[in-house]
Design a protein around this ligand. Sequence first.
Ligand SMILES: Cc1ncc(COP(=O)(O)O)c(C=O)c1O
Length: 479
Amino acid sequence: MTNFDHGATTVSSRALGVLLDSWRASSAPGYLALADRIRLLVLDGRLPVGTRLPSERDLCAHLGVSRTTVTAAYAALRDSGHVDSVRGSGSLVRLPARSSVPRPTTTEGLLDLTKAALPAVDGIAEAAQRAAGRLGAYLDDPGYDPVGRPVLREAIAERYRLRGLETSAEQIVVTLGAQHAIALLARVLVSRGDRAVVEAPGYPHAFEALRGAGARLVPVSVTVDDGWDEAALMQTLRRTSPPVAYLMPDFHNPTGATMPVDQRVRVLEAAAHEGTVVIADETMAEMAIDGRRDAPLPMAAYGRAVSIGSVGKSLWGGLRIGWIRAERPLVDRLVRARSAGDLGTPVLEQLVVAELLGDFDRVLEARAGHLRRGRDRVVRGLRDAFPSWQVPSPAGGLTTWVGLGAPVSSQLTLAARREGLLLAAGPVFGVDGAFERFLRVPFSYAESDTDRALAALRAAWDGVDGVQAPVSPLLAEVV
Ligand SMILES: Cc1ncc(COP(=O)(O)O)c(C=O)c1O
């Protein structure tokens, strides 16, 4: 049983009508076409598990169909396990129990594309040598460093200032990567049973960290084309007044979406009104591929937000350096709480990062070039090989969130494994098993690995039969 909770977010007839779009285009009987379209929205996470559907009466009035059509559609959804009717609570979205996809036990000899990550940027070894030369000045104290060396805190603050956000070194806590930052914030800001707003799809290790702190996750939909479901996000904030909302406003992982400035302002206003701390994970923010002339400023420039950053993508994951940018009182709480889990960030790695931050624009340019070549190769390769898939070409980040056109992601990743390729299936990025119609494909790997992966995917796709148990055969028609 997953510990998510939705605070009974309700989708209005109007909002559902918009999501249903052209459901009538199907030649199937009306109730089946309606049920299939709603089922699709559930499978894709557009209607997160726990969402309350409109009453039958409201929906039939809004859609201009008979009550019988809606009643039969809801009954069909109950039969297939996509809706629960709970006395007094109405019709709540759910997903049928599914057999879990076996996790690989050994990855030896397999090409592992489950991570959106890059090899180290050029120049790390040289920076490490320079940093080692400076280490002597740090050896007289015991070296336990829960907040970060001043030289690095200042370099990180300077980077924020260059990006347009006034920041002092005292606002920075250096952490063991962004993952540690998420976990530390969760530990300090979340109490057992609290709700936490997250994105669906989203970053699975953030879900783990928040759940680890006792949070019940409340998902809000993000899509490649439409970005954040703002109405649902606002409603969720209002209804649940969660202590935290964890968002990835720039090159959202996995969709690649970036939150527009005006939406940032509205979301931060709504969150402030509810006393919700917005945790903006900006790990991907500097991973632009096509240049970011009109890029939004960091989230905290538009209201109250705690930011997370990392050099895991820009420099190297192996350095394990990230940070939190927060106001001083929270910085103090974080530093005090830290000793329960770790006693500080290694000094030498901090010095290496401080060296490289001095030349960061050059580093980012090199990264953008690498990612552009990778993205274009993967996108072209996938579009050529799989004309029925929807393959976005994102403006930044490390992955493309591919629409497969059918709920076969788990099946495909299992078949790919037999071809020697490991990929994370779409449901890995949901909190409740949705996203079977999607696959996250990273484009950050070397050309030879990308080509091997494309060949393995082609072979794997031939073995996918396109039909999955909980989906009615009609679904193919409405996709
Ligand atoms: C959105 C997001 N946040 C955090 C992390 C973790 O980063 P780090 O390696 O700095 O811990 C990742 C890594 O994939 C990520 O994609």
